[in-house]
Ligand binder design. Structure first.
Ligand SMILES: Nc1nc2c(ncn2[C@@H]2O[C@H](COP(=O)(O)OP(=O)(O)OP(=O)(O)O)[C@@H](O)[C@H]2O)c(=O)[nH]1
Ligand SMILES: [Zn+2]
Length: 193
């Protein structure tokens, strides 16, 4: 991997105090973030959230998914308990923003989230987690408490030799716009919901 790293800076947020470090993957041109509490190095098995970028949810507050609620929940919890949020910038399960909007247009016509990806010529999930391994090595992470419902994230973390001492669910309240999406994740993508 060909990665450029930033220096570490302070990041005060409305959720609490963090430090932030950026990683630029010079092959894909994707820029990712590690958002770290100040006591991170002292914690034996810190809480970790690998948050997949969702501009429509995280920033615009879209109700079509649970992303903004999950991010806010994780930042609030980790600010208090100590740990790390990796903001993994692979928008739309790594099909990119433009393609995700096209997938949403197909969902307006009745396709589910998987069918829409397939119809556009993508796999149901195109995410690649190799940068996560790089960031864990850089931050000297050996064992974690992972906040996720996604079995693929659990499998990946275990496959790179990181011990998961606890799996913490990331459950938020459903609404009438994301109910179908959450059901598809549960019944067709194996999410632990
Ligand atoms: N292609 C596509 N991507 C989507 C859609 N809805 C959300 N996403 C993207 O999916 C990613 C979030 O995936 P989720 O399945 O919600 O959750 P997860 O990250 O796999 O699992 P958790 O760790 O439990 O949150 C983000 O990158 C979103 O941009 C959709 O309908 N189509
Ligand atoms: Zn989302």
């Amino acid at each position: 991997m060909n990665i450029k790293q930033s220096n570490i800076a302070n990041l005060p947020t409305k959720y609490g105090q963090f430090k932030i470090k950026a990683y630029k993957d010079l092959d894909s041109n994707q820029e990712h973030l590690a958002i770290i509490t100040h006591n991170f190095e002292q914690i034996d098995s810190p809480y970790v959230r690998i948050h997949s970028e969702c501009l429509t949810g995280d920033t615009l507050g879209s109700l079509k998914c649970d992303c903004q609620n999950q991010l806010q929940l994780a930042m609030t919890f980790i600010a208090k308990e100590g740990g790390l949020i990796i903001y993994h910038r692979q928008e739309g399960r790594n099909i990119g923003l433009l393609n995700k909007v096209n997938a949403y247009a197909l969902q307006d016509k009745g396709r589910n989230t998987i069918e829409a990806n397939l119809e556009l010529g993508f796999k149901e999930d195109e995410r690649d987690y190799s940068i996560i391994e790089y960031i864990f090595k850089d931050l000297n992470v050996k064992k974690i408490k992972l906040i996720t419902n996604n079995p693929k994230k659990i499998e990946f973390v275990q496959s790179i030799g990181i011990e998961i001492t606890q799996r913490v669910p990331s459950i938020t309240k459903a609404n009438k716009y994301n109910e179908f999406y959450l059901n598809t994740k549960k019944s067709k993508m194996g999410h632990l919901l």
